[in-house]
Design a protein around this ligand. Structure first.
Ligand SMILES: Nc1ncnc2c1ncn2[C@@H]1O[C@H](COP(=O)(O)OP(=O)(O)OP(=O)(O)O)[C@@H](O)[C@H]1O
Ligand SMILES: [Mg+2]
Length: 257
């Protein structure tokens, strides 16, 4: 279980560019459940994931993972139990290494060995079988450099790498947004299969209302540092979500006039 307690975060405090995102914000993410995190551009979704992963420090508040306060742990330490897939297919994988090398690095996360020592024949077979479960043929491209893979193939690989060590938490930041609709669907389905099989606690940011409802257990919508909706995905429709977005947009436009 992941608990965010009393989180506050303001960027550029005291300057004219001050951006206040969270003030005494708290939320709990239940074990083994996938939560879709929604909210308009700039409301702080990625920042929240960055604070959880240790990439950005909060001004105050606590990040508690399975009862342990990890707020002071750095990103490298947290990466041992947090997997992450970004929106950009170039992040999360090393373009100039091949699939085998990328998977070896993910497998040995945190170990201080040279890449050559990481690659063992028996692991190659194991990685091939992990990729085979995706059913995208990546297991036949183990020696291909990742820069030659398509965006969808890279995101599939990223997903495998982020989950192969069974992390306590998986952070998905619009991980299908850069893909075409068909590939996006394939990756979402693969994500669902993986999450169902491994029951990993997941936070998934999305701007796709349909995906958010279809592929999560719970939908949380943020607005100006507040939770304005928190409901089981089975109890909300795409139309309802869209009407909340539209109402917020109109409110924003009214304030701007
Ligand atoms: N490291 C940083 N330094 C200063 N400002 C930042 C930093 N990271 C994010 N911001 C600002 O904080 C605000 C929230 O950004 P964030 O990326 O969290 O939004 P988001 O909800 O993920 O938006 P989107 O849906 O567009 O991805 C934005 O105004 C952004 O410019
Ligand atoms: Mg974002």
């Amino acid at each position: 279980m992941i608990e965010i307690k009393g989180l506050s975060k303001t960027f550029n405090k005291g300057s004219e560019n001050e951006i206040k995102l969270f003030e005494n914000f708290s939320i709990t993410f239940e074990e083994g459940k996938c939560t879709a995190l929604l909210g308009s551009n700039g409301c702080g979704k990625s920042t929240l994931l960055n604070i959880i992963s240790g990439n950005i420090a909060p001004d105050s508040g606590l990040i508690v993972v399975d009862g342990e306060d990890v707020t002071k742990d750095n990103e490298e330490k947290r990466a041992m139990y947090i997997g992450r897939v970004h929106q950009n297919p170039s992040l999360g994988v090393s373009a100039s290494l091949n699939i085998l090398e990328n998977m070896s690095l993910a497998d040995k996360k945190g170990e201080k060995f040279g890449i050559k020592r990481l690659i063992r024949p028996k692991n190659r077979v194991r990685y091939e079988s992990i990729l085979k479960e995706l059913d995208l043929g990546l297991e036949n491209k183990m020696d291909v450099m990742v820069k030659f893979l398509s965006g969808g193939q890279r995101q599939s690989l990223s997903l495998c790498m982020a989950t192969m060590k069974n992390p306590k938490l998986l952070l998905l930041d619009e991980h299908t947004a850069a893909l075409d609709p068909k590939t996006s669907r394939v990756i979402m389905e693969k994500t669902r299969e993986l999450l169902e099989r491994k029951a990993i606690t997941t936070i998934m940011i999305s701007h796709n209302m349909k995906d958010a409802i279809t592929y999560s257990d719970r939908v949380v919508m943020l607005d100006q540092g507040e939770i304005i909706l928190d409901r089981p995905s089975s109890q909300i429709t795409e139309e309802e979500l869209l009407s909340i977005y539209t109402a917020k947009l109109l409110e924003f436009q009214r304030k701007a006039v």
